[in-house]
Write a protein that binds this ligand. Structure first.
Ligand code: CTP
Ligand code: MG
Length: 234
């Protein structure tokens, strides 16, 4: 959905302002290298390779904004803004820097190995008229709810559960209204759901897993070692 096609503007917001406490590295997680490249760089490269994004807004820790600017891709419209204490604050800052967007993708830097083809599929669904589109994969483990005493209170049917990934795609105005609600949510679609809007789930991709723990980092490094040439959507 780039400018060559129509008047729409797809802006990808890349939250990269987290500390990476669970990963436990010395630097903020998005700047930790995988196969020699920072996660943030890999995530941005994937968005550009998808061919469906018009501009990228990176949301970085305040003290690393300059550093992130120095690593911006040459020849592609991209900007860096400072994030906030919670992811929701960071995305809000990115959204404010994308007033021209007709459609917004929110894509975690921590999902650094996301295939460009998945990004293209999310945007294709937006183009087909769905106002909110998220990738999801079946849940492998049995999920149980528990109370404060660690007593099981229920076992939802796994067939009806999905683990949700990014990029999450939205009509920009819908996401702006959702962020204006100013209520807590663990993902962007969760805010849109609060508005009563319909959120469509499309099949995700196991390669879009979120690098959260040291085990995830080892997996990501191993996968990159096995994948010398990144895939791209032509
Ligand atoms: N993020 C952000 N601003 C925050 C918190 C998170 O931009 N205040 C970003 C992270 O950089 C990451 C994405 O949101 O790309 C998903 O968050 P998560 O995986 O939880 O990353 P961290 O918050 O960095 O990790 P942790 O929770 O272990 O500290
Ligand atoms: Mg976090």
């Amino acid at each position: 959905m780039n400018a060559a096609h129509d008047a729409s503007r797809v802006v990808a917001l890349v939250p990269a302002a987290g500390r990476g406490v669970r990963l436990g590295e010395a630097m903020p997680k998005a700047f930790v290298p995988i196969g020699g490249s920072p996660m943030l760089t890999l995530a941005v490269d994937g968005l550009i390779a998808s061919g469906v994004v018009d501009r990228i807004v990176i949301i970085a820790p305040a003290e690393l904004v300059r550093h992130a600017e120095s690593a911006l891709p040459a020849g592609f419209p991209a900007d860096v803004v400072a994030g906030g204490a919670e992811r929701i604050d960071s995305v809000r800052a990115g959204l404010a820097a994308a007033p021209e967007a007709t459609h917004v993708l929110v894509h975690d830097a921590a999902r650094a190995l996301t295939p460009p083809s998945l990004i293209a599929r999310v945007v294709a669904e937006l183009r087909a008229g769905y106002p909110a589109v998220v990738p999801g994969v079946p849940v492998a483990d049995t999920i149980k709810s528990v109370d404060s005493r660690q007593t099981v209170t229920g076992t939802p049917d796994r067939a009806g559960l999905r683990a949700i990934q990014t990029p999450q795609g939205f009509e920009a105005q819908l996401l702006r209204e959702a962020y204006a609600l100013d209520v807590p949510a663990t993902d962007d679609a969760g805010l849109v759901e609060r508005l009563g809007a319909r959120v469509r789930v499309i099949p995700g991709d196991t390669m879009a897993f979120k690098i959260t723990t040291p085990l995830d980092l080892r997996l990501a490094n191993a996968l990159l070692a096995d994948r010398p040439v990144p895939d791209a959507v032509s």
